[in-house]
Design a binder for this molecule. Sequence first.
Ligand SMILES: *[C@@H]1O[C@H](CO)[C@@H](O)[C@H](O)[C@H]1NC(C)=O
Ligand SMILES: *[C@@H]1O[C@H](CO)[C@@H](O)[C@H](O)[C@H]1NC(C)=O
Ligand SMILES: *[C@@H]1O[C@H](CO)[C@@H](O)[C@H](O)[C@H]1NC(C)=O
Length: 216
Amino acid sequence: MAKFIILLSLVGLYFGFLAFAFEPSPLQDFCVADPSSSAKVNGLACKSPALVEANDFSFSGLHLPGNTSNPNGSKVTPVSVAQVPGLNTLGISMVRIDYVPWGINPPHTHPRATEILTVIEGSLQVGFVTSNPGNSLVTKTLQKGDVFVFPVGLIHFQRNMGTGNAVAIAGLSSQNPGVITIANAVFGSNPNLSSDILAKAFQVDKSVVDQLQAKF
Ligand SMILES: *[C@@H]1O[C@H](CO)[C@@H](O)[C@H](O)[C@H]1NC(C)=O
Ligand SMILES: *[C@@H]1O[C@H](CO)[C@@H](O)[C@H](O)[C@H]1NC(C)=O
Ligand SMILES: *[C@@H]1O[C@H](CO)[C@@H](O)[C@H](O)[C@H]1NC(C)=O
């Protein structure tokens, strides 16, 4: 009996953790963000329901390709709470991603969201790396209509494998998934991380670190 109770409380703890690790369930129909409010909450304060309108739940332009003229050869167009205030407290958002041939969405993580992506044009190599100590690469080439999942927090990427442009649409399990692009965060922080630290961490000469820091 005692064992059973311990087991039950462990299960309770486990599910308690799960509940805390993700965005809480809404306590009302909606809480349309009021970005001008001075109230500080976890998310954004709600505007008065009397002032809420259909446009608070709407976004236009996702049929338009993003501008891919950049060194990545890709562009992410986000539709999260910053674009759609009605997403506040709802734990969901989306993106459109455009890629030129061989364009990449470089290795990055979303600290607050799992992502589910579908290819609507072209062909993409996608993948993620599992956490320590395995660091296994889980990768696959997707064709139009294929779907792939990037679990919350894991480093992932996409690369256009086709001869034409590629387009993907993805859903994310946060109103504000956040993004940490690995190269930018490590070599382009402000101020710089010490090149001593990075030279040791990457086991390269400091001149290599200086070169990378100058790029980001
Ligand atoms: C796309 O981005 C590039 C680089 O920032 C810029 O020079 C160009 O004018 C942009 N093109 C359009 C159509 O906005
Ligand atoms: C490449 O894309 C990432 C993620 O979208 C972005 O943070 C980064 O600034 C881009 N890098 C360049 C060189 O455009
Ligand atoms: C970081 O270091 C690089 C290379 O030494 C330098 O070009 C860059 O200006 C530095 N950036 C900051 C924010 O200190």
